[in-house]
Design a protein around this ligand. Sequence first.
Ligand SMILES: CC(C)(COP(=O)(O)OP(=O)(O)OC[C@H]1O[C@@H](n2cnc3c(N)ncnc32)[C@H](O)[C@@H]1OP(=O)(O)O)[C@@H](O)C(=O)NCCC(=O)NCCS
Length: 179
Amino acid sequence: MTERIIGKKVTLRPATLADRRPIFDWLTNSDLTKFMMGPPIYPDSPVPTWEEFVNDYKEYFFDSTKPHLGRCFVIEVNDEPIGQINHDKISSADGSTELDIWLKSSKYINKGYGTDAIITLNNYLADKYRCKKFIISPSKRNHAAIRAYEKAGFIKTDEVPDRLLSDYNDNIILTKIMP
Ligand SMILES: CC(C)(COP(=O)(O)OP(=O)(O)OC[C@H]1O[C@@H](n2cnc3c(N)ncnc32)[C@H](O)[C@@H]1OP(=O)(O)O)[C@@H](O)C(=O)NCCC(=O)NCCS
């Protein structure tokens, strides 16, 4: 039985390899894509090809074999998939990890689902892997994402982590330190 992580509004289901293609499609070919990547708003962050995506989101993101290196989860509401959230490598030095999230359609935004998915994953990773610090790095242009992260308890910081995956030319860094 697949472990499900229950939040207040959403449930997180560990993604499988069968979810890899839909998750790619939600990222690159949805009505939300233009709000996070590609021209005209984000010419500095091109939409990835399938090959580039597969290179970034290796098999272990979908099969639980290397949870310390990263894992994708499908965000569900009433058993319907509405998006994905993932964490990257968990640092053994300081228990930090970077998160990324995207919903699959504008139908689902501004209902508190993104914020709840982030809080739910934070609590799960803190309990299960003793994660102490979460990092997220959106573009300054992505006001909705920044608002959702702040609602989830993230605070803007000038401290640049050792390893950062974000590739916007105006990315900002927000962190959440667990108590
Ligand atoms: C970012 C994302 C995951 C947030 O999920 P969500 O479920 O819509 O988030 P929430 O409903 O919890 O919160 C969104 C907040 O942003 C606010 N918001 C929406 N558009 C906004 C805008 N243009 N400017 C400022 N705030 C905005 C909403 O009003 C809401 O705040 P409120 O609850 O105080 O009213 C979702 O918008 C998404 O998938 N966007 C496309 C992908 C993306 O940008 N991913 C982030 C890459 S770093």
